[in-house]
Design a protein around this ligand. Sequence first.
Ligand SMILES: Nc1ncnc2c1ncn2[C@@H]1O[C@H](COP(=O)(O)OP(=O)(O)OP(=O)(O)O)[C@@H](O)[C@H]1O
Ligand SMILES: [Mg+2]
Length: 267
Amino acid sequence: MSWWLALAALGGALAGLGLAAVLWRRSTAARRAEVAQLEQLVERRAEQVNSLSHELRTPLSMIKGAVDLLREGRPGPLTPAQERFLQVVDDQSTQVIALCESLLIQAKIEAGLFVPQLERVDVSSVARDVVTAMRPLCAQRQQRISLDTPQVVPRIPADPMLLAQALTNLLSNASRYTTTGGSVHVRVVLIDTGIAVYVTDDGAGMTREERHRLFHPFATGRPLADGTGLGLVITKTIVELHGGELMVHTASARGTTFLLTLPRSRR
Ligand SMILES: Nc1ncnc2c1ncn2[C@@H]1O[C@H](COP(=O)(O)OP(=O)(O)OP(=O)(O)O)[C@@H](O)[C@H]1O
Ligand SMILES: [Mg+2]
């Protein structure tokens, strides 16, 4: 009797296992189909953003080119009022061109198409170029900008263009969120695992809420100002694609330090 019972129990267990296997296979197939569908959607969205920002960028670049010619006085001298209006057109078109670039990069990140082209890079020299490029903007805002870097910095595997983009984002934030007359300091330091870059400002700092919102797309702390809230998401992605980390130390009204680390070698 107990034989029959054991056999029946075994049969039941096997049937249960078989059913579970069928369900599992079905749910795995369903999940795979769902993932494929989502991937397709992300890719399609990336393509749409890509073509939209291309289509916007071309006429905007032409507008900017025409404005540059007018401001150089090629077609004839401008009145002071015309100069002022042209300055507005120039500033706004520069801003929308930058927004198109950010949207393009963000779409590429989401579609997994953002792949760094690694070469042996001198981080110090990239930092120096970015600081030099930022000087005119800081001078306009009467801000001091300084760079502190060791004499010799070992070259590390990095994408120089992306690294420059990440540093530019951090420096432009440091300047944008620091009042007139403030200061921005960049420090390149050798650490055990590779290289660290500190970007410090003595500006507005962040409240706890602003700090929590960081690194979320479009979460700009100044919705009515000129930011779009993509800079730090892009910066963090660039750093992480290099195997590094991006950290922040900030306090309201006391300024902010962003720390970017890059490994000496890729694991
Ligand atoms: N150095 C800083 N000091 C104070 N607040 C900062 C600093 N850096 C970033 N923030 C806060 O974090 C928010 C997000 O920064 P992020 O660079 O991602 O976007 P954004 O500067 O608003 O726009 P953009 O896409 O043009 O960079 C900012 O709007 C600001 O509130
Ligand atoms: Mg920014």
